[in-house]
Design a protein around this ligand. Sequence first.
Ligand code: BGC
Length: 935
Amino acid sequence: MSALRPYALRCDHRTTPLGIDDSAPLLSWRLASDRRGDDPVAYRVRVAERPEALADGGQPHWDSGRVDDSSAIGAGYAGPALRARTRYHWRVEVWSASDGAPADAVSWFETGLAMPSGAAGQSGKSVWRASWITHNPDPVDVVDAPTEGERALDDHGLAPCPLLRRVFSGSAVSPLVLARLYVSARGLYEVRLNGARVGDAELAPGWTDYTRRVQYQTYDVTDLVSQGENVLAATIADGWWSGFVGFEPRRAGAHYGTFPQFIAELQLTHADGSVSTVVTDDSWVTHTGAIRHADLLMGECHDLRRAVDGWELPGFDARDWSPARITDAEHRLLVASVDEPVRAMAEVRPVSVTRVSQDTHIVDFGQNLAGRVRLGVDGLAAGARVVVRHAEVLDENQRLYTANLRTAAATDVLIGDGRRHIDFEPKFTYHGFRYAEITGVPALSGDDVVAVALHSDTPWAGSFDCSDPDIRRLHACVEWGQRSNFVSVPTDCPQRDERLGWLADAQVFLPTAALNADVAAFFTKWLRDVDDARTPEGGFTNVAPRLAGVADEGAPGWGDAGVIVPWHLYRTYGDPRFLSRALDGMRGWVALIHRHNPDLIWRHRVGPHFSDWLAPGTPTPREVIATAYFAHSARLTALAADALGRHDVAEAHHRLAAAVRSAFVERFVTVEGPEGGESERRLRVAGDTQTGYLVSLAFGLLPDHLTEGAAKRLAELVEAAGPALQTGFVGVALAAPVLDAYGRADLAHALLRRTEVPSWLFPLRHGATTIWERWDGWTPDGGFRAPAMNSFNHYALGSIGEWLYRGVAGVDQAEDSVAYRRLRVRPEPGALTYASARYESARGTVAAGWRRRGDGLSLRVQVPPGATADVFVPTTDPGSVREAEAAPGDSGHAALIGTGPGHAHYRVASGAYHFTAAFSPAERPPAGLHEEDTP
Ligand code: BGC
């Protein structure tokens, strides 16, 4: 039996997904082995409706046969058409080089209500029998006299949340074997079956451009259906569909629709094979209840005097409810969700509760996050109000600072009905906050209140640790920025009236995000939003999902995310569909820039220009940034086409990229000083800003003989500034990796350690628990920056997280490696005494960790099966380096390739390694530019 084993089986990057509608899903696995060099040589995948058919000699639905491919970590399903509403079991076997018998693992996936009949990714002819229904009369027309508690309460013009119910009877004849609920909303939904909550998705069905695509979810409700009377019940809310979204125009229902709607199809399969269906139609009845309004930006109000007790249970008398109204919405746009939903992912207890007046308390949860407050209240009199307001920070009087929320009221209200105890948690809103001000509760303790953190369920994949507590906290801030801003889409911020899927923020943060978590499914969904948002001219936009009715043309670095994101996902996960789905969009984007700028200098706007957004100091010339991105996008489009075997497309784009690079150098790069006197020659990129050099180097715009001059000037500028950065969103993501790549990891470390503005540690010194939008969102001298744009939870500047994994700990892959097939472990210790990172890559576990003790350093590396690693062991004496655990038979697995200034370079096979080396920093030669001696 082989030690090699497949694990973490995924279908389309999700574990046992229910209800997919992809006709050729990717079935993938990771590999583990406790032996060195235990690499896969072949795999076989079988798919069958019955698990027994997966055995040898069985009749599977699809059998890939043995495929000799040592790099494979997945197989695209290529069998007969998959049927809708069917569970498929699958089994992967993997052969290793060392053993004859394969190791195997099994999993399953289930198809959704409909499978596509044509166009890729979109459901074909509708098989939905359900109708879209809504409250009748329209919730907007509901004019109930306000209760005492509601009087003088700002409802922001929002209507109460409709309740919808339908009674059905379970079959008495044949027992139920399976029940599936397919459900969606134009708006948000919560469904209950016989009072029990269905699933644990929050803010479902998630945000898409609902004029293009509406995701539905599938739930297994077999255990919730009973034999007698059953009740299927839903509460629906405005959400992104008909609530306040973004900042413009400032009214609810401005973008997609004006009132929420619901669709559901419940399929009951009985033991005798019969299938019965309960669908949304006009036999449903509706009413309004306790939730008087619910909005993502404004907050939620529950008036318990309006609560309808027992409405979601059998036996309720609904005679005074109105029949639901069928709307004219189509089924055409309904697609199975491809991501995991938002879920309640953590609960954070208060670190303090401070009474600030007779019935008002300020609760500090100690962590800025996105989510909501759950509160236990005793003895709230009928009509009495509890008001929960949220803020990220406190002002100088220790009261909530809410000016930076702009028009987002972020206020939840509970109106009592005299009940003894109430647990209050809003359902259809979320806020970005660390503090809550709770009014209306005379006595409040930390046990009564908890913050519930919500975010898209992206399985956590990475961890980072190091000896400096400040840098550990910085990493935690980066993680919380990710948690708070991956809420159905990657948002800029979770608190103010914005929360949009800004493309540049996403592209600069993606390399960090994809090391922290498995974001493959999350970004699969968002890339559809990016594609759906494309302009009629073929360009990408600045935000996705598109806000219907808002014209939006991509800016340099923003629109380019439509190229950069799929490329990075492909490199990370090895799934070529990231590229095949995106290639048309990539080509369209590059062609559009080219069309507007035939002389190859991107100066004619495609969209607006945000430059190096929020950079302090001298702005980088716009044409420099724009043209750099033009070259970068053209090159990545060429690489994508190469990877897909589209060589004609690749060649044309390689040519274009080369031409743009030449135009860039000709137009923006000057070299002054005496010919031949290289050390005195001064290279300048127009504008002479850090970001100008960063984009030139990071995007490979300069011919080899100019890179050293550019790196030198970059380092001079960084040093002269502090050392400090003078970069905004664009430059900051590139800074540490570029400095490191050009031999100045020392400067990257100095930037990390810096505590003055601008730096990552300055906010931390002043209480930050997430990354700020601005380097100087608050300063002791100036106080808060202008509230119009001052978020304390923006992940863009958190793009440094990538370098913590790659540069500090050493978890990285070679530039031309895909899915961690060729690791590059080149840690830079700086002044730290240890650092380590562990990452669940698409191929298996990658880990690197080093520690200094006295004059020595030890480095442990883990390389997953099927991968190799180039390990650069940091040392002051390359001759001292040993591989500590080499067993006699292991000799072939680690080879010394060479030594260079400050390291010994080994190439190792898969497996675990432990290197030791002499390391006395005082003697350490300055790191050079990767040149190497042979041993
Ligand atoms: C957002 C940014 C975004 C920018 C575009 C801001 O309002 O918060 O994160 O990228 O606009 O310039």
